[in-house]
Design a protein around this ligand. Structure first.
Ligand code: 3HC
Ligand code: NAI
Length: 698
């Protein structure tokens, strides 16, 4: 393995070249290499300048996230940046690819910064539940002012070189080999007698209304604590000398690093990547994917077609008749109009996508040449089987036949064809061109290269793809059914839907379960309750008060009335006054005396139900690892990222506590609260879900 930092001399300039693939993260070896390289350069009287450059695809992507949570190792990054800045030599950062987090902080420690035209910079620590901890909160505002620095650090986005030069964060843009460009810049600076420039020596940013800035950041953070901490660190940059500001930054950074929130977000960072690395797919080649077919152009089919078009694929969409075909085309065009408005595509691209790339037809024959078909027709087994029979007849050999079913048995659908090895579930989430999650449902006979192609499609569409086994609702909808039921039980027992929604959005969910039900359509739950009624266990508690509302034709947002009442064209809503009346009638019928629920109890019951079913999904092999379930909830169900997912949340609570709560709830309703065997085993063995994640890692 090559040196993590190479040292080469070029006349009066030393180049320190970071070589730590894939993204030059600042591991201990890299930090050490940079510190030793600086010492060595300074010890040579002939050397006037040092150029720091990254090898491969990035300057530096930041601190090495794998080291977080482990004992700290010297030299630490803030000291390294200070040490670089304090050098009597001229230090130049020559940046290409990304310079993120600690990577940008190293560059801010340098005296001059030059970047490639396509270079990007950013301080994305907020996405890990952190703040920039190597001087970023102190140096950046000295260049950009406090407000801009707070915006950059609380959004965590990437900024292109042109914008960075405008803000004064970089000094020069020049195309070419980063090392050569950096060397030439160093020679210019030496020959022009340019001075050392230490950002720490600049005045701190102007004061602002810090409490208002703090409140502003907190109000946008949905309970995440790092946003507010960033404002306080910038305040220190303004109010205190640099060294004191650095101490304040360090203290806030360490507080965040040891918080559950950063643990949850770091778990999400690694697992959103790990989730699609399946050991059984190593070396399996996906099939070709150029043109895809979509059957049904309703909500889902149109969204899936849009996603595929945006990923440069040819799309053939089949509808039942001319009228439906034209409606499907309008839906897709509407979706693409949205992309056009947001500047994601040009008008020219829009024209190509809606003409050359898209075919909407009513004859299955049009599907002869497609490589993969995704069926998104009504959720009805007979209709699905009929469609798969037709696909079997027209599609070419080797074409993949996929279903977007939410709940139905993919094995049964596969059995309607003569080629079950080519059949798979590809379960998208609504709106399919926006939502990041894709469940890849592997049926009994699905061939491994078909699974690999599902993952390749997910990657092409920019999705987080998670492998799921066949069961009612796969991973996400199966778990949803259970925690939703826990919420329904609380309503029967005395909590209001509005209190529950509020308690859960305060916990960090994007929406509460009753607002979600209104959005998805109450008819779905109503139909599911009817479908499941014949097999219902006598001990199962199923509230039916909401069915009364459905019987009157109220299905939530789409009809303007559900748990909430919706003014036309508005998402904001008021509680529906009919709901408490319907609930009271059902309580009376069931002889329930309503009781008070604290917000804490609401969260506890909801989360315990979610964790218990998640554990069963892992136990049965429906999900490959606990972290797979976590990613499903994060990317498909609005679970707060800073809590990592339900099973990470459970680990952080302590599994014994969670199990004890479940057992306590079971004393009142043993049918609903049946503790998962896996959960009990883990508690008995003193292990947790993360131990299983590690055991199942690639
Ligand atoms: N530390 C450790 N590993 C990292 C890493 C980091 N900072 N950044 C990326 N990696 C790893 C990824 O886990 C992945 O590993 P895998 O191949 O085993 O799954 C590999 O590098 C490649 O990453 P991606 O698949 O994400 O590659 P992309 O090209 O899509 O994206 C990237 C590259 C934009 C650099 C993206 O990886 C990224 O955003 N990384 C995180 C950047 C970040 O958050 N930096 C701040 C770190 S915290 C910090 O610096 C604290 C300081 O202020 C004290
Ligand atoms: P939808 O009712 O909006 O659209 C279904 C479309 O299929 C209609 O346009 C209909 O004309 C067409 N269709 C029916 N039979 C057909 C046939 N034989 N050939 C061609 N087209 C046919 O339904 P939606 O919501 O798009 O759902 C479709 C599937 O996706 C269902 O299986 C559903 O469970 C699943 N799903 C739905 C989600 C949602 O949030 N709506 C989320 C994930 C999956």
């Amino acid at each position: 393995m090559s040196d993590p930092v190479s040292f080469t001399v070029h006349g009066p300039v030393v180049v320190l070249r970071i070589q730590n693939p894939p993204v030059n993260a600042l591991s201990q070896a890299v930090r050490q290499g940079l510190a030793v390289g600086m010492d060595r350069a300074e010890a040579d009287a002939a050397i006037k300048a040092v150029v720091i450059v990254g090898d491969g695809r990035a300057f530096i992507a930041g601190a090495d996230i794998t080291e977080f949570g482990k004992p700290p190792m010297e030299p630490n990054l803030p000291d390294l940046c200070t040490r670089i800045e304090a050098s009597p030599l001229l230090v130049i950062a020559s940046m290409h690819g990304v310079s993120l987090g600690g990577g940008l902080e190293v560059a801010l420690g340098a005296h001059y910064r030059i970047a490639q035209p396509d270079a990007k910079i950013g301080l994305p620590e907020v996405h890990l539940g952190l703040l920039p901890g190597a001087g970023g909160t102190q140096r950046l505002p000295r260049l950009t002012g406090a407000a801009k620095a707070i915006e950059i650090m609380t959004t965590g986005g990437q900024i292109n070189a042109a914008a960075a030069i405008e803000m004064g964060v970089i000094d020069k843009i020049e195309a070419g080999d980063p090392q050569e460009v950096g060397l030439a810049y160093a020679m210019d600076l030496i020959s022009s007698g340019a001075p050392r420039r230490a950002i720490s020596e600049l005045a701190g940013p102007e004061a602002m209304d810090w409490d208002a800035a703090y409140q502003g950041a907190v109000s946008k953070s949905r309970g995440q604590i790092s946003h507010g901490a960033i404002v306080r660190a910038v305040q220190a940059a303004s109010e205190q000398p640099f060294a004191e500001g650095m101490k304040r930054e360090r203290a806030l950074f360490m507080e965040l690093l040891t918080s559950d929130q950063s643990k949850g977000m770091i778990h999400a960072f690694f697992n959103e990547r790990a989730v699609s690395n399946l050991p059984e797919l190593k070396g399996v080649r996906p099939r070709q994917l150029n043109a895809i077919g979509v059957i049904g152009g309703g909500t889902m089919g149109a969204g899936i077609a849009t996603a595929a078009l945006l990923a440069q694929m040819q799309v053939v969409l089949i509808e039942t008749g001319e009228e439906q075909a034209s409606a499907a085309r309008s839906r897709i065009e509407g979706n693409l109009q949205g992309a056009l408005k947001r500047g994601k595509i040009t008008q020219e691209k829009f024209d190509v996508l809606t003409t050359v790339a898209l075919t909407v037809a009513t004859h299955y024959d049009t599907l002869r040449d497609v490589d993969l078909v995704i069926e998104a027709v009504f959720e009805n087994m007979d209709v699905k089987k009929e469609v798969f029979g037709k696909l079997d007849a027209v599609c070419k050999a080797g074409a993949i036949l996929a279903t977007n079913t939410s709940y139905l048995d993919v094995d049964e659908i596969a059995a309607a064809t003569s080629r079950p090895a080519d059949v798979i579930g590809l379960h998208f989430f609504s709106p399919a061109h926006v939502m990041k999650l894709l469940e890849i449902v592997v049926a009994d006979k699905t061939a491994s290269d078909v699974v690999a192609t599902g993952f390749a499609l997910g990657k092409a569409l920019g999705k987080i793809s998670v492998r799921a086994g066949v069961c009612d609702g796969f991973i996400g909808n199966r778990i949803l059914a259970v925690y939703r039921t826990a919420a329904d039980h609380m309503v029967l027992d005395g909590a209001t839907p509005y209190q529950i929604d509020k308690a859960l959005t305060d916990f960090g969910f994007a929406m509460g379960p009753f607002a979600v039900a209104d959005l998805a359509g109450l008819d779905i739950g109503w139909m599911t309750r009817k479908r499941k009624a014949p097999d219902r266990h006598p001990d199962e508690r199923v509230p039916t008060y909401i069915d009364k509302l459905c019987e009157q034709g109220h299905f939530g947002q789409k009809t303007g009335e559900g748990y909430y009442v919706y003014e036309k064209g508005q998402r904001a809503s008021m509680p529906n006054p009919k709901i408490p009346v319907l609930i009271a009638a059902e309580q009376e019928k069931l002889k329930i005396t309503p009781r008070e629920f604290s917000d804490e109890e609401i969260v506890s019951r909801y989360m315990c139900a979610m964790v218990n079913e998640s554990a069963k999904v892992v136990e049965e092999g429906i999900a490959r690892r606990p972290a797979d379930v976590d990613m499903v909830l994060l990317f498909g169900y609005g679970f707060p990222r800073y809590r990592g997912g339900p099973l990470k949340w459970a680990d952080l609570q302590g599994l014994d506590t969670v199990l004890a709560d479940i057992e306590r709830f079971a004393a009142e309703d043993a049918w609903f609260w049946q503790p998962s065997t896996l959960l009990k085993t883990l508690v008995a063995d003193g292990r947790n879900f993360d131990d299983l994640n590690r055991a199942g890692a690639k």
